[in-house]
Design a protein around this ligand. Structure first.
Ligand SMILES: Cc1ncc(C[n+]2csc(CCOP(=O)(O)OP(=O)(O)O)c2C)c(N)n1
Length: 515
């Protein structure tokens, strides 16, 4: 076999079964190797951000990495924003990037660039293969790095001449070490605090949002009466009927003192203490007020479920079925379309065990409460703030979960960064219902202007935050890449369109006009 085949065989033997790719000349041997070594589904993304966002979504649902295949430095750079989001989600990704033939480097050809330098900020592990015989072990090392708990991006760069050179055999991938055991002294401190009865809140994030960990957190709240918060933007959380209820931590720092009024201690699990997305003048970056005591039960690298279970067991806590969300979705809405009727329609029609990919931006504010008692579902959010993640992520999720309907709740501005993900959904016949929240503005930026007391009347402030003139026609965009689409202007039509889309196989898009 050649080294490209040894890489693909190594990845396949380690369980990789999907490759989100946008290759170029320097990756042709790797493309051919995907045919020579069967078992990995090749999925073309028409922009690198589609590939990297899809790899993120795939791994969030399967718990195991997908592979990407990207072309040289500038093309990797197109995929960086969604690798950034994957890094913040602690998602395992095997990010494979081709490089020029070694003998072609150093002559400043058009696409030559510092690939390692571009990959480093989003990757926990970066290596360029130095010999054909090392490619398989490099791939095995990359996979070991990617799957180190809780998960990270590993970038392997493979020069084109090495790909076609003879190699020995695939390499075995070592089993990733189990997450570190939680620290008993931190467990004891949390138990002591909860027993004292001081008003306490549990704040879960990262792997602590997974269903087993969350059910232990719910046991703790049932036994101790403490509050339960989830971080603002979890990578994945199970929600809806039968799941523990958690309050979502606020977005703006000024909301925090009111929300935490009366609470004297916050216990963080699986995530660092919350920080604000931006440094707003006069607002703190660290969201927890200084007078609140802070305890860390376990970090994302530790076994958060074991830590939560240890606390719950010690408190003698059992699952309180009463505290789990009932199945009580909002009634199907009627009349005009606004944030409330939009989100009620999504919740009222949500198919059982759907996966909701939430990049609705300002339209999502009411989605979290609307879905609380909807049908059971997984909820995925934008972890890293780099928009253009929703449609690619939904694509990867649908490949990972062919038996589940994917509901892609998508702000229009964010959706336009990577709308070509819809073409991949059509080509792969993926069961995705996309709801475009068409407010025809970068609404959040308009809100930020208002919060900053800046006028919104100038040519720049209007022109750079408004998406009208021309209005974007999502029906035509979607139809042009093979996805049937409808536009709806009221809640009744939205409900009908959602019911139709969820019932029909393949991707569908609904443009919900809010403006
Ligand atoms: C990749 C990237 N580019 C730009 C931004 C800055 N940004 C944040 S929100 C936003 C506009 C969001 O508009 P839209 O998706 O339509 O949602 P809305 O605010 O209207 O609800 C922009 C441009 C960003 N966060 N990420």
């Amino acid at each position: 076999m050649n080294a490209a085949e040894s890489l693909i065989a190594t990845a396949r033997a380690a369980g990789i079964d999907a490759c989100f790719a946008n290759p170029g000349t320097s990756e042709m041997a790797l493309v051919a190797a995907l045919d020579a070594v069967p078992g990995i589904r090749p999925v073309l993304g028409l922009f690198e951000g589609v590939c990297t966002g899809a790899a993120d979504g795939f791994a969030r649902m399967t718990g195991r990495p997908a592979m990407t295949l990207l072309h040289l430095g500038p093309c990797l750079a197109n995929g960086l924003a969604n690798l950034h989001n994957a890094r913040r989600a602690r998602t395992p990704v095997l990010n494979v990037v081709g490089e020029h033939a070694t003998w072609h480097l150093g002559i400043d050809s058009a696409l030559e660039s510092d690939i390692e330098g571009l990959a480093a900020p989003v990757s926990a592990w970066v290596r360029t293969s130095r010999s054909a015989s090392a490619v398989a072990t490099d791939c095995a090392d990359a996979l070991a790095a990617a799957t180190a708990a809780p998960g990270q991006v590993a970038t392997l760069i493979v020069p084109a001449d090495l790909q076609i050179a003879p190699a020995d055999a695939p390499a075995a991938v070592s089993k990733p070490p189990a997450p570190a055991a939680p620290d008993p002294s931190r467990i004891a401190a949390v138990i002591e605090r909860l027993r004292r009865g001081a008003p306490t809140a549990l704040y879960v994030g990262g792997p602590a949002c997974a269903s087993v960990a969350l059910s232990h957190a719910a046991r703790i709240t049932a036994a101790s009466g403490c509050r339960l918060f989830v971080e603002g933007f979890p990578a994945r959380m199970e929600r809806g009927a039968g799941t523990p209820s958690a309050e979502r931590f606020p977005y703006f720092p000024e909301q925090v003192p009111g929300v935490l009024a009366g609470t004297t201690c916050v216990v963080v699990v699986g995530a660092p203490p919350p920080v604000a997305l931006f440094g707003w003048p006069g607002s703190p970056s660290r969201m927890l007020p200084a007078e609140i005591d802070l305890l860390c039960l376990a970090s994302a690298e530790e076994d958060v479920a074991a830590a939560l279970a240890a606390v719950a067991d010690e408190l003698g806590a059992s699952v309180d079925r009463q505290s789990l969300a009932p199945f009580d979705p909002p009634p199907k809405p009627s009349g005009g379309l606004d944030g409330a009727t939009l989100t009620a329609a999504v919740a009222a029609t949500l198919p059982e065990h759907a996966v909701v990919v939430d990049e609705g931006a300002t339209s999502s504010v009411l989605l979290y409460p609307a879905l609380a008692s909807a049908a059971p579902h997984s909820w995925l959010t934008l972890t890293g703030g780099a928009i253009g993640q929703g449609l690619p992520c939904a694509t990867g999720v649908a490949i990972a979960c062919p038996d589940r309907r994917v509901v892609s709740f998508q702000a229009d501005g964010s959706g336009l960064y990577t709308m070509q993900a819809l073409w991949t959904q059509a080509r792969e016949a993926l069961d995705v219902t996309t709801i475009v929240c068409a407010n025809r503005a970068y609404r959040i930026l308009q809100i930020e202007l208002q919060r900053a007391g800046m006028p919104r009347t100038g040519r720049a402030t209007r022109g750079l935050t408004d998406l009208g003139g021309p209005d974007i026609d999502w029906g035509h965009l979607a139809a042009g890449v093979g996805v049937p689409a409808v536009r709806v202007n009221d809640a009744d039509a939205l409900v009908r369109a959602l019911e139709h889309a969820h019932a029909e196989p393949g991707p569908h898009l609904i443009e919900a006009v809010l403006a």
